[in-house]
Every structure is written in structure tokens, then in C-alpha cells.
Design a protein around this ligand. Sequence first.
Ligand SMILES: NC(=O)c1ccc[n+]([C@@H]2O[C@H](COP(=O)([O-])OP(=O)(O)OC[C@H]3O[C@@H](n4cnc5c(N)ncnc54)[C@H](O)[C@@H]3O)[C@@H](O)[C@H]2O)c1
Length: 437
Amino acid sequence: MPAAKPPVTAVIVGAGHRAMLYASYARKHPEELRIVGVADPTEYRRRDAQAEFGFPAENCFDSAEALAARGKIADAVINGTMDHQHVPTSLPLLAAGYDMLLEKPFAVNEAEMWELAGAARRGGRKVMICHVLRYAPFYAAIRERLAAGTIGEVINAQYTEHVSYHHVAVGYVRGKWARRAECHATMLMAKSCHDLDLMAWMKSGVRPVRVASFGSNFQFRPEKAPARSGTRCLLDCPIEPECLYSARKHYLDHPRRWRFYAWAALEDEKNPTPERMYQHMRDESPYGRCAWKCGNDVVDHQSVAVDFADGSTATLNMIGGCSKADRTIHLIGTTGEIQGSMDAESFVVRRITPAPGGPEYSEETVDLKVSGDTTGAFGGHGGGDMRLVADFVRFMRDEPRSISCTSIDDSVNGHLMGFLADRSREEGRVFELPGPR
Ligand SMILES: NC(=O)c1ccc[n+]([C@@H]2O[C@H](COP(=O)([O-])OP(=O)(O)OC[C@H]3O[C@@H](n4cnc5c(N)ncnc54)[C@H](O)[C@@H]3O)[C@@H](O)[C@H]2O)c1
């Protein structure tokens, strides 16, 4: 019997919500992944990571740059810093010899994107981008059917992302991705670079060539604020009890739902009292502000149209403020179609059946809940989060990877579509995508 392989070792870079989630895979699968250090400027996050994974104090660093200066203490890093920090933190770590699991969007503009992809290629480093939706059984099963030719060649693909009212408020109105100057990413890149990645992935091997886009901040502007609304929900707003965007209803009534955003400022206080949480939301928290008066400058909805080199087309409609969150997909191929809802974890496969006397088409429903491929054991994003880490381990060990495995080069087309869609929306022009570099 071949000797068991040692676990892949990794350092957490940016010990926030995302990186700690991926790192948690090591607790369930210590034979596959071992966390041996942390780099983060926030002292309590370093302390919490050290307590959770039990590595020595000398493996705690106050920045990615300090870790890179120490040299290589592990096989890889899990880089969960914020969007605009991905490239500046990754370049020195790649130069120091680390392979990397890197959050999306992996860059916030085209120039940075090429710089990082080039550095990874030149250094021969493995860099896998956290396109967790490729790992959701829902999308992986659809991709497998496309690869098997089930619906022929895709003529047109329609994607929607319905972002719920509480999600858009916490992320893109009150939260970390509300203002370009602070987060450096657009809503399209922060929220839907996954969907653009899926758009490119479903057409693997065919280059997207042109992109156009429209969108705006339709709803969350001061002139749309409800009459008599105040500036902070719990401080000066007489209409708070009737308001759909009341901070009480979103965050105090549901304290766990968005805790890693809405309550991050109290993270170090450990178990704050209900009174402290109320006071924080009333007086201090950016999440306690009126949703119409936050100074947000990103869109709340955007449509993207893409033309591919084979003449096929695709659209994505991202809408924030929906009553129910969902992602839907409808692929129309030359011999059939696939239509599904990620929330329902099911899709139908229809095939053209022109036989005399029969129905026009056959229809098969693929219900991933019924097939037992449910998401619970694999975390968020339809089960994608933990499956992605499992594939990263296989990537690191040079073992066969799943159909979903994404290297940095695979992620370039989706990111390019996003950057150019945003320019199209801003400048009112259609953009041609440059060829591979
Ligand atoms: N894949 C997904 O579906 C998904 C979902 C949500 C968020 N994200 C992405 O994950 C990333 C992280 O989001 P988050 O909410 O976990 O962020 P976070 O703010 O909770 O964590 C970021 C951490 O990086 C640390 N940091 C800052 N500068 C650093 C440096 N120079 N070196 C090391 N660490 C540094 C911060 O102190 C912080 O602890 C973002 O890019 C976000 O867009 C991805």
C-alpha cells in the first residue's frame, strides 16, 4: 500500500469570515489540510486563529508582507483579504514560493488582473480562485451534461442573480461594498463575478468577444427615501416600525444572519449583551443607518450581454432588493435546453423529440435534493464552499481534480467580462474583449 500523503500545510492570510470558513476544512479533515500560521493586522483575529488551530506564536504575522519576508513556512496560503488587497498581498507571497487559494474577485481592475495572472504563470505557482459556485452540485451537474453534449451546442444562455433585500442592504447599501472609493470593486464584480465565471465556464473553449451592459442605483437614493424617514433607524426614525429596511428587523431580530458583517465591530467583545447590541446598532454601527441615506454609489441592479466567438450569446441580470434570493439558469442548445433554480437545487433537461404522434419534447427533472446530493455537509453556496477546499487539496497534491477546478487562467475571461461590462455601463459603449495574453 502506498504511504499516506502528509497533509497540505497552509497559512491563513486575512483571518476574516471567508478565510476562516475555508480553513475550517482542516478541522474536519486533518489528514488533508493543516493550518500552521496566520497573517492579519488585527490582533484578536490572529489570536482566535491561533487558538482554533494551535500553531506556535512565531507563526503569527501582522501582514501578508511580513509572512512573505519570513519565507516559506507552508505549502500554500489561503488568501481571504478584501478585494483590493488581493493583488498587493499575493504578489510577495507568490514570489516567496507559496501556492494559493485566493478569494474572488482576484483583482479589481484589468491591469492588476494581468499582473497577477502573469506572476503566477511565470513563477509556476498554483493559484486557485474561490469560484465556489462551480462546486455547487447544481452547477457542476449542469456542466457535466453540457460536456456530455446533452443539449448540443449552446446557442444562448440566460443567467439571473436575485439578491435578497437584506443581502443587498448589508453588502451594497450599508456595508463593505457600498462605495467604490472604499472597496474598489463594483457590485457586479463583488457579487456576480461568480455568475460571469459560470457564463465563461459553461462555454469552455469558446472565447467571449464583446460585452455591453446597463444598470443603475435605482432604489437606494435619498430622493427615494420614505416620507418622514430619519437618518438612523433606532435613533430618529418615526417610520421604523413599518420600514422594510429597518436595522432592527434586519440585524437585531436576526442577529446571526449577517453576523460577520453587521456585528463584526463587536467581534472582540465576545457575547455582547442585547443592550450593548441595541446601543451599537442605534448609535454607532454603519448598519444602523437609513438605507436610503448611506452615500452608496454602486448599482443595485445591472444587466450584461455577451457575444461569444462562435456567435452564441449570453445575458446576466443581477437584481438587488428581491423578496427571495435565487440564481437561475436557462441554457438553450441546438438539441435541447436546461432550465433550473439553484435555490430549488433542481433543473429540467428538455430535448427536442420530433417523432410523429409523440410530444414535442422530452423532459427530465434532476432534483439534487432527491438524489441525496444535498448541501448541508458542504457549507454555503449550494455546497460549493467545502468542495472547493477539497479540490484545492487535490490540486496541491497533483491528484485528479474535479470538472470544477479553476486555475487563475480559467478565471481571466469571467473577470474580463466584468471589468468591461462595468466600463460599458459607465461609458455607454460596447467593448471588445482582448485575446489571451
Ligand atoms: N467566494 C465567495 O462567495 C465570497 C463570499 C463573500 C466574500 N468573498 C470575498 O472574500 C474576501 C474576504 O471577505 P471577508 O468578508 O471575509 O473580509 P474580512 O474583512 O472579514 O477579512 C479580511 C481580513 O484581511 C485582513 N487584512 C487586511 N490587510 C491585510 C494584510 N496586508 N495582510 C493580511 N491580512 C490583512 C483584515 O484585518 C481582515 O481580518 C473579499 O474579497 C470578498 O469579496 C467571497
